[in-house]
Design a protein. Structure first.
Length: 306
């Protein structure tokens, strides 16, 4: 098996360190393994410079995976990279959507025994990468509020078995009470599917299916099919907003008449100022943003199909 470089967060707690050690023991039974802790973009870039042709295993959550993929893209090294994931984050939404076990010892066995598949990313017009999901409107506001609730509820329970995964539904409910309605034009593959004449609750552009520690926002999204899953919620009335949140929690929001559910290879949003949440990172305000699928942008070790 190829040598492995494991990249972890320097700020990881002792519990994560103990969990990681158990996963590393499995990897070291099959390959030469080096562990590199990073705490900022400069250290990450230095670690990737030293990676050479080794497989890169990210020990962390969605933010850590995003940081590594984005750094490799900036370095023009993404296409030849082979990545693995040990899900040590709170949300682990990329892992959930791609059948990577949340138990890191089982995830380590996937790295040893799994199959290498080409994975897509989303790129916007300024070259920013989205690995899993980007959303605007109430979804971005929900993510901002969810971060606080995820931190609070994550302390209730033991280890990964806690209430932190309820953060996003709670954030979505709070965002629905005082939502940032915006008038946006949404285009999928150049076709206008929603125009400025109707306010939008949220737009979700999914390369992956899960957000917010397990909420299935883009149910049909797959990160290796060359397509993007788009959900546009027009549920702006008081009762409709509550119904949308209930449907979101139950995983049936795309069945609603006031929700558009489409697939394509490029998505553009323009109109009133809006904020975005991309792989958990909030940015804005924006007036226009376009994302397109970059098929087979990198390789990932995943559980065998079937």
């Amino acid at each position: 098996m190829d040598p492995i470089l494991v990249i972890k967060n320097s700020d990881a707690g002792s519990a994560d360190e103990e969990t990681l050690d158990r996963a590393l023991a499995i990897l070291r039974d099959h390959a030469s393994v080096e562990v590199q802790a990073t705490s900022n973009p400069g250290e990450l870039d230095g670690a990737l410079t030293r990676a050479g042709s080794r497989r890169i295993v990210v020990a962390g959550g969605d933010g850590s995976l995003h940081a590594v993929v984005a750094a490799l893209h900036r370095r023009n090294d993404l296409h030849d990279a082979v990545l693995g994931l040990l899900p040590l984050g709170t949300g682990n939404d990329f892992a959930r959507g791609n059948a990577i076990p949340l138990d890191v010892e089982k995830a380590a066995r996937v790295i040893v025994e799994g199959e290498v598949r080409r994975m897509d990313v989303l790129l916007d017009e300024v070259g920013q990468v989205v690995v899993n999901n980007v959303h605007a409107g109430a979804g971005a506001q929900a993510s901002r509020r969810a971060a606080r609730w995820k931190s609070r509820l994550g302390a209730i329970g033991v280890g990964k078995v806690n209430l932190g995964r309820l953060g996003y539904p709670i954030g979505a409910a709070l965002a629905a009470v005082r939502p940032p309605f915006v008038r946006l034009r949404v285009e999928v593959d150049g076709e206008v599917v929603c125009d400025w004449d109707r306010p939008v609750l949220m737009v979700a552009v999914g390369n992956g299916s899960h957000v917010g520690a397990g909420t299935v926002l883009n149910p049909d999204a797959e990160a290796d099919d060359g397509r993007v899953d788009v959900v546009v919620s027009l549920a702006t009335g008081p009762i409709a907003r509550v119904g949308y949140v209930v449907g979101l929690v139950r995983g049936r929001h795309t069945e609603r008449a006031d929700v558009l559910h489409l697939r394509g290879s490029s998505v553009s949003i323009s109109g009133e100022s809006f904020w975005c949440s991309a792989d958990g990172e909030i940015y804005g305000p924006e007036r226009s943003r376009t994302w397109h699928v970059e098929p087979g942008a990198y390789s990932m070790v995943l559980p065998p199909r079937g």
